[in-house]
Design a protein around this ligand. Structure first.
Ligand code: UD1
Ligand code: CA
Length: 482
């Protein structure tokens, strides 16, 4: 039988080098918090327990992780350990360990929450290598030409690992070592408990270093294996905004290269940000200054002119997004024309062959095939049929100050310009709404509905009006403009 596995992810720190009021692990890479990306790799291993150690902005970090894993089986095994005083990574690991059952016996995998590039396949290879070695403790190591602030792997004359020394505590010869600590550890639970209990804080930062478990285990005669990680990029830790930006660029370039190889045209790859999970069909063209985030799916032959912000959006084949479209949590069917300057909010669903023009805002709106709203509209909490024309300036009045209400409009209607539909209200099929109508009650199929006042004229009224204001401070300005 396979040995039980538990995973502990350390994410309690503030991340001083970020110089931020926000906990480091909540900063985002490719639109996703670092902690979500790190935890995902560990969760994919299906460990019996997954403990996230939180401290700084604990409530926010916990909520972020929980939302990312809602509904998943992993939720049941997810636990949050609070590290009240941030006394170092070793202390954080101890906090995590306390949340495992006392009698847990097996392997414990420990990693940091600031390693967003880590993947489950790499962790699996590490676990396999560890188990094959038979050693009670392994950690990941890499060779770096510029080892910077990473912990150095110190080896004895026999070539065996003897300790990890933090850069801040390292002597000049130790600093010259190019083998560094990748920051993932796997240990037999009993040996880990012993080693963590023996940690001291006699170092430059007066912290309990997790890295010291290596030296402690060695002193107690245990074998320790440094597993040379094959994919160095995955072990990059994020400590500063500069590192975050560099990784963002690296990730973005990788995604862009893959998409171009798959048949997507990026007119200016340097200004296009596409999240790794996004799928895009062939012969789609994306102009400059476009962000496509979340789990968006874009069809084939789609044209996005430029300056668009899209998150969790599904776009059908051959649709055209003109300049300045913002869309979130919505579906745009095939052969739609959207924009310029359109705002499609959550729950919008364009069934296909739609035209949503400039300054149109939609929210929770299902818009039937072939229906158009070409200018200046708000369509919220609405269900609109097929082949209907929503005129310029039409507004669904959905909010009464307490609740939102639904507007329904049928097929083949002409909703005249500058009309308001006071929800809840239903307009049938084939209805003509005269422009400037305020619809208060349901309208039956095939009717013409209007509420405008008859037009009246008062000859000479304007001159009278100005005479009445003869002493007004603005009167001169008005006169001189004549
Ligand atoms: C750590 C390692 C270093 C390694 C590098 C790899 C130690 C002492 N050093 O350094 O050898 O090369 O990672 O990226 O472990 N954290 C807590 N509680 C604390 C302190 C930190 O939960 O009291 C968490 C942080 O939120 C962070 C993680 O531990 O996610 C790592 O802390 P960080 O300060 O980034 O460690 P490094 O200095 O990068
Ligand atoms: Ca780090």
């Amino acid at each position: 039988m396979e040995r039980p596995l538990a995973a502990i992810v350390l994410a309690a720190g503030l991340g001083t080098r970020m110089r931020s009021a926000r906990a480091k692990v909540l900063h985002e890479l490719a639109g996703e918090p670092l902690i979500v990306r790190s935890v995902r790799a560990f969760a994919a291993l299906d460990p019996g327990f997954l403990v996230v150690v939180i401290g700084h902005q604990a409530a926010d970090v916990e909520k972020t992780v929980r939302t990312a894993y809602s509904g998943r089986e992993a939720q049941a095994r997810l636990r949050f350990a609070i590290q009240n005083v941030l006394r170092g990574t070793g202390d954080a690991a101890r906090c995590g360990l306390e949340l495992l059952p006392q009698d847990f016996a097996g392997d414990i995998l420990i990693g940091y929450g600031d390693m967003p590039m880590l993947t489950a396949p790499t962790l699996r290879r590490f676990i396999e290598a560890h188990r094959a070695s038979g050693a009670p403790l392994s950690f990941t190591s890499l060779m770096l030409d510029h080892p910077a602030a990473y912990g150095r792997v110190v080896r004895g004359a026999d070539g065996q690992v003897s300790a990890i020394v933090e850069a801040r505590d390292a002597s000049p010869p130790e600093l010259a070592i190019k083998e560094i600590n990748g920051g993932i550890y796997l240990a037999d639970s009993a040996v880990l408990r012993q080693a963590l209990a023996a940690l001291g804080a006699n170092n430059a930062q007066h912290e309990y270093y997790l890295t010291d478990i290596v030296g402690i285990a060695r002193q107690r005669g245990y074998r320790v294996v440094a597993w040379q990680a094959p994919v160095a990029e995955e072990f990059a830790g994020i400590n500063s905004r500069e590192e975050l930006a560099r990784m963002e660029r690296h990730l973005r370039e990788e995604v862009n290269r893959r998409l171009m190889a798959e048949g997507v045209t990026l007119i200016d790859p340097a200004s296009v940000y596409i999240a790794p999970e996004v799928k895009i069909g062939v012969d789609t063209t994306i102009g400059p200054n476009v962000q496509i985030l979340g789990h968006s799916r874009i069809g084939s032959g789609v044209l996005i002119d430029g300056t668009a912000w899209l998150r969790n959006v599904e776009i059908g084949d051959r649709s055209h997004l003109k300049l300045g479209v913002r869309a979130e949590d919505c579906v745009i069917g095939e052969e739609c024309e959207v924009g310029p300057f359109a705002n499609l909010r959550e729950g919008t669903r364009l069934e296909g062959h739609n035209r949503i023009g400039n300054f149109v805002e939609t929210k929770k709106a299902r818009i039937g095939r072939g229906t158009k709203a070409s200018h200046l509209s708000y369509l919220g909490d609405a269900v609109i049929g097929e082949e209907t024309n929503v005129g310029c300036g039409v507004i669904t009045v959905n909010y009464d100050g307490y609740d939102k209400h639904e507007t329904r409009v049928g097929d083949r209607c002409m909703v005249g310009c500058d009309s308001q539909l006071i929800a809840p209200v239903t307009v049938g099929n084939d209805v003509y709404v005269a422009s400037g109508t305020t619809i208060l009650h349901d309208v039956p199929d095939g009717a013409l509905v209007m509420s405008q006042h008859p037009q009246r004229e008062k000859p000479g009224w304007t001159a009278q009006w100005h005479r009445r204001h003869a002493g007004h401070p603005r009167a001169n300005a008005r006169q001189s403009r004549k």
